[in-house]
Design a protein around this ligand. Structure first.
Ligand code: AHM
Ligand code: MG
Length: 323
């Protein structure tokens, strides 16, 4: 079995980047340990405060955010960071070369019911002269990411990573504290019969999305000609992990409740890194109109409509929106 470090030494020709990924994994192993202890570590429940998005934070959102933040602040190659849980970007080493954006605990509304949660991260190259405290420094397109990944805290703790050369999965052996290669260059099947969407929001979607989902629910008798199965975990990391493992389509689309905030998910902490992982595995990631990684970022906390997974099914959704 190949250790993460050995794999990265062979696959990533950038020692500074490898050291950042390894440093992030130290923080993530700590998060995994606390998540596993749950109530025994006193980490479940609400933090009784809201984040910048106006969402109630869980205790573990704050703990995970602080663990990653403090770890990034000690890394020499990191110039600055932006977090879903922080109002403003945070400066690290002024001579650093990377910017790290992260969702410290995606799916945290599930934590009290012991369902899989995860940390999502995106790594960008900083430009000389960039001010790491300024939002504009971080506003690069998804295509400019030099690495993206997530760590899944489920029955096993997994790292799923891309440095632009395929998407690879690693499993943590908690007995020795090492990640080992589980699957190299995963491939998402192009076709699928499994979809994931929060159906309770149906009346708020665009008419095109309502039509697609209603056609899909008609099964073999509908225009899509096949019977679909539905899954909704309410934890994007877990849904995307299922899709990377066996295919599927995940959608959190445009929503009329938030005309200026397309959908719920965040472009920089969720949309872009997950799009890189999905595309590097042969899948597609779209807003329903454009590739997510081509969306022009205008704010670090901006939202984006998300349709990603098996390539043919994403194409079908895009076709519904083109007509
Ligand atoms: P979070 O980052 O605050 O946890 O929010 C994102 C999560 C995603 O993981 C998941 O797909 C979605 O919110 C679930 O939303 P819903 O509450 O509509 O089921
Ligand atoms: Mg999230």
């Amino acid at each position: 079995m190949q250790r993460l470090r050995t794999f990265l030494d062979h696959h990533c020709n950038n020692p500074a980047l490898v050291s950042v990924i390894e440093g992030l994994m130290v923080a993530c192993k700590d998060i995994a340990y606390k998540v596993q202890l749950g109530s025994l570590a006193g980490v479940l429940g609400s933090a009784e405060q809201d984040n910048i998005q106006g969402e109630r934070q869980k205790k573990m959102d704050v703990i995970a955010n602080d663990l990653i933040k403090y770890s990034l602040q000690t890394m020499q190659p990191v110039k600055g960071m932006a977090s879903e849980e922080e109002a403003d970007p945070v400066a690290c080493n002024p001579d650093g070369e990377f910017l790290v954006l992260f969702d410290p605990l995606d799916g945290s509304s599930n934590i009290d019911v012991n369902v899989t949660v995860g940390t999502i991260f995106s790594i960008l190259q900083s430009n000389p002269g960039d001010d790491p405290t300024h939002e504009s420094t971080y506003l690069q397109h998804g295509r400019e990411q030099i690495a993206a990944g997530y760590v899944l805290y489920g029955p096993s703790t997994l790292l799923v990573l891309s440095t632009g050369n395929g998407t690879h999965m690693f499993t943590l052996d908690p007995r020795v504290g090492e990640f080992y290669l589980q699957r190299e260059s995963v491939k998402i099947p192009a076709t699928t019969k499994e979809f994931a969407i929060n159906m309770s929001n149906q009346r708020f979607w665009l008419p095109e999305m309502q039509k697609y989902v209603s056609d899909l629910l008609r099964g073999e008798e509908g225009p899509l000609g096949k019977r679909f199965n539905m899954r909704w975990i309410a934890s994007m990391v877990a849904e995307i992990h299922r899709i990377l493992t066996r295919g599927g389509i995940f959608m959190y689309p445009y929503d009329s409740r938030e005309p200026n905030k397309p959908g719920k998910l965040r472009l920089m902490y969720e949309g872009n890194p997950m799009s890189m992982l999905v595309e590097q595995a042969g899948g597609k990631a779209s807003t329903a109109y454009d590739d997510i990684m081509d969306v022009e970022p205008t704010s670090i906390h901006q939202r984006v409509s998300v349709v990603m997974g098996s390539a043919d099914e994403v194409d079908t959704v895009v076709r519904y929106h083109a007509s």
